[in-house]
Design a protein around this ligand. Structure first.
Ligand SMILES: [Zn+2]
Length: 341
């Protein structure tokens, strides 16, 4: 390791658990963060500062003002410009540590692209906000023998566990048995505090550093849960489920299942329309819509307009988020009317 790098990571290499050998391991590692909200952003920040070799960030969303209270990579200007989170994160992280190859991808992880987007990574990290995507990641992990780390938080409470196929229980062992330990509420219904998401991201990243620095024997293999409001902390060693769908029966229904539903509700009074294999020319769409609508904006990554009391955000891959309705039919009608059926 050359001298400037030696200086940059000196305090981490002084730590006996990592040392110069662990730092070299980190530098050669490749990690992917799925979802770049609060937990994903904080995790990506810590991994890039720690000197991971390559980090891919996958996110389908754009920055909004309501994110800034807890999503530590983003600024007011990102929200004003409605930058995709993957792009805003990539820019910020490259400025933080130019030694790391950072790659932001604007998109939605689904059964159709998971094997392509997750292949070749040492570790998968959880920055998602829904169990559908987590079970998809778990299926991929078990099938490909790639470790991943589960991390979730809502309100003042959160939990995390590193999952290593063949060595620890998997997410289906934990959540598909009778003992449910997942989170049912969402940040859109009961809110979420900055401290809990950053705490869970820190716990997740500590396990990630052990894995990526080649110190697997030091992983604690426990499910940690914390509540920063009550002060309750818990550490349990979950057991594998003897008839687990994923890691025992090897039924990967999320990974091999039907393609994603065409339309999904995504909390916060929004409907997401998933369009497949459709590439949109946002500049041409801007010109076409500007002739009939007064407030159409395009930033190179997405286009946004207001129509019929809804705000429609369209991405280059044809995906759209319609805010202001919970009715898929209303969203679909708007999409057909302004973007095309
Ligand atoms: Zn299992």
């Amino acid at each position: 390791m050359t001298h400037p790098l030696h200086e940059k990571y000196s305090r981490q290499m002084l730590f006996a658990g990592i040392g110069p050998g662990g730092q070299e391991h980190l530098r050669a590692s490749r990690a992917v963060v799925v979802g770049c909200g609060a937990i994903g952003a904080a995790t990506a920040n810590l991994l890039v500062r720690a000197g991971v070799g390559h980090l891919r960030i996958l996110d389908r969303d754009f920055v909004e003002a309501s994110n800034l209270q807890r999503q530590t990579l983003f600024e007011e200007a990102d929200a004003r410009e409605a930058l995709p989170k993957a792009i805003a994160a990539e820019r910020k992280l490259r400025a933080i540590n130019s030694d790391v190859t950072v790659e932001g991808i604007v998109g939605d992880l689904n059964a159709g692209n998971a094997e392509e987007l997750l292949a070749g990574y040492t570790l998968i990290l959880d920055g998602t906000d829904n169990f559908e995507t987590r079970f998809l990641m778990n299926d991929y992990s078990v099938k490909s023998q790639t470790p991943w780390i589960y991390a979730a938080a809502v309100s003042s409470y959160g939990l995390t566990m590193a999952i290593r196929p063949g060595k620890t229980p998997c997410l289906a062992c934990l959540l598909e048995s009778s003992r449910r330990v997942g989170l049912e509420e969402t940040c859109d219904t009961v809110g979420v505090l900055g401290p809990i998401v950053n705490l869970i991201a820190s716990l997740q990243t500590a396990e990630a550093l052990k894995l990526l620095a080649g110190c697997e024997s030091t992983l604690h293999e426990r499910l940690l849960s914390c509540d920063v409001w009550s002060g309750r902390m818990q550490s349990v060693a979950p057991e594998r489920h003897s008839n687990c769908r994923a890691c025992v029966r090897r039924d990967f229904s999320y990974l091999e299942g039907q393609v994603q539903p065409h339309i999904t509700l995504c909390g916060r009074d929004s409907v997401q329309i998933h369009e497949r294999n459709r590439s949109l020319d946002l500049q041409a769409l801007l010109q076409r819509l500007s002739s009939t609508l007064s407030d159409v904006r395009q930033n190179g990554f997405l286009l946004r307009f207001r129509a019929d009391n809804c705000e429609v955000t369209v991405f280059g891959d044809g995906r759209a988020v319609v805010k202001g309705t919970k009715d898929p039919a209303v969203a679909r009608a708007l999409y057909a009317k302004y973007i095309g059926a």
